[in-house]
Design a protein around this ligand. Structure first.
Ligand code: 5AD
Ligand code: SF4
Length: 434
């Protein structure tokens, strides 16, 4: 028997791409592929790409340029581009890089098997449809193999919000929620394979409406024996309903962590961003969430240098960050995306945006450290995900999503260890098992 064909997938961007890469690997697994860790050993290389910022997209073209010579070493090698760059650029990718054999968008990768077969005949395959059928019900069944303790599970995809800077509504398409029954079945399957924590994914996950609300779905998932922890990301402030806030109080398996991007603290800019909320309404929402669940760790996303952002607008963002006190926050320099409304507006000079980004990041870093420091001395529970580098050490995540290194651990991978935090380090916490 000939040896199985090898697949190398490189994943860029968000957690949904991580989930999609898993599903694409399984889809090609049904065609006889096994995954490999190096591009050099592969018969198929798939780049699962991100289009959210210009740099992310440009990285794909440089990577394709680097991969091209591998075709001379292995004439049977096929190179594919998946994800949001594939959706946005389509045929342009094949024009710009002749070494590319296959281009598949985020809503059509259930057709990957057939597309791969076409490339084996020497043809090039392109599919960036938004098909009627639901890709999840056409994908290969998930394999029975043992899994790591934490897994992603896509429950909602796409976005109808059309923030003026964002490509997601164009690359991922309209908001679609998966039926709750399918999500529950997939979660039960994951638990059978060793998963203890699921993170429900969606571009607007709290807008989930797959015959129940997200809060109801979380409660239903909470009934699954062996599933210990539930998280969800990314949420929009306008879809943060009372029932979801209540779930943070009532559902013990729902972790006290919430990623709730606001993007800017200036109402003038929020309006231009088409965010349909104000800084004030966001702050009042945070108050309600904290009243319900005082220990919740909050995280957010920010864009600096959005078109027409003044120093006063930027100061309003700093003020908002100061007021919230984030456990984590991700800040980005505005990146002009072709086809989005903000691309047509007067742009902020690059050096001004750079300087603002540095100031915001310095503030965020101080806040993150303060939250990490506040964990020292506390007793937390940690889902152990992997062995550490030092003997006797294991690494996992606290309820609040901090990486925790447990020294002299007896807990094994997949177990939840009760620990006392003894030290805050730059990007993690150190703990002793109790
Ligand atoms: N430029 C910079 N950042 C962006 N984001 C989305 N679009 C852009 C853009 N054009 C950021 C937002 C979003 C996160 C995923 O990426 O902050 O929440
Ligand atoms: Fe993009 Fe706004 Fe939709 Fe988030 S809510 S995916 S930032 S358009």
């Amino acid at each position: 028997m000939s040896s199985p064909k090898k697949l190398f997938i490189k994943t860029y961007g968000c957690q949904m791409n991580v989930y999609d890469s898993e599903r694409m690997a399984e889809e090609l697994g049904a065609q006889g592929y096994v995954t490999t860790d190096t591009a050099e050993s592969a018969d198929m290389i798939l780049l699962n790409t991100c289009h959210i910022r210009e740099k992310a997209a440009e990285k794909v073209y440089s990577e394709l340029g680097r991969l091209k010579p591998l075709k001379e070493l292995n004439p049977d090698l096929k190179i594919g581009v998946a994800g949001c760059v594939a959706q946005a650029e389509g045929e342009e990718i094949m024009r710009r890089q002749p070494a590319v054999d296959l281009v598949v968008g985020p809503q059509s990768y259930h057709r990957l098997g057939a597309m791969e077969a076409r490339t084996r005949t020497g043809a090039r395959a392109l599919d960036t449809d938004f098909p009627e059928e639901d890709k999840f019900s056409h994908l290969a069944a998930r394999p029975k193999a043992r899994r790591a303790p934490a897994a992603f599970l896509t429950v909602q995809e796409g976005c109808d919000k059309f923030c003026a800077f964002c490509v997601v509504p164009y690359t991922r398409g309209a908001e679609v929620s998966r039926p709750a029954a399918r999500v529950l079945t997939e979660a039960r399957d994951l638990v059978e394979r060793g998963v203890r924590e699921v993170t429900l994914l969606g571009q607007n996950v709290n807008a989930y409406h797959g015959d129940m609300t997200l809060a109801e779905l979380i409660r239903a998932l909470g009934q699954i024996d062996g599933l210990e922890r539930i998280r969800y990301t990314t949420s929009h402030p306008n879809d943060m309903g009372d029932d979801l806030i209540a779930a943070h109080v009532e559902e013990p398996k729902l972790m006290p962590y919430l990623h709730l991007p606001v993007q800017s603290g200036s109402d003038r800019i929020l309006k231009r961003m088409n965010r349909s909320h104000t800084a004030e309404s966001y702050l009042r929402l945070i108050e309600r969430i904290r009243a319900a669940r005082p220990d919740i760790v909050l995280s957010g996303d920010f864009i600096v240098g959005f078109p027409e952002e003044t120093e006063a607008d930027f100061q309003a963002t700093l003020d908002l960050v100061q007021e919230v006190g984030y456990g984590y926050a991700y800040s980005f320099k505005y990146s002009t995306r072709p086809g989005t409304p903000a691309a047509e507006r007067p742009q902020v000079a690059a050096d001004v945006a750079d300087a603002r980004l540095q100031r915001l990041q310095a503030l965020i870093t101080r806040q993150q450290r303060a939250v990490q420091e506040s964990m020292v001395g506390r007793e937390l529970s940690v889902l152990v995900e992997k062995p550490g580098r030092e003997a006797g050490q294991v690494i996992g995540k606290s309820e609040y999503l901090h990486a925790v290194h447990i020294v002299d651990a007896t807990a094994q991978v997949g177990e939840i260890a009760h620990v006392r935090i003894v030290k805050a380090m730059t990007n993690s916490l150190r703990a002793e098992q109790i």
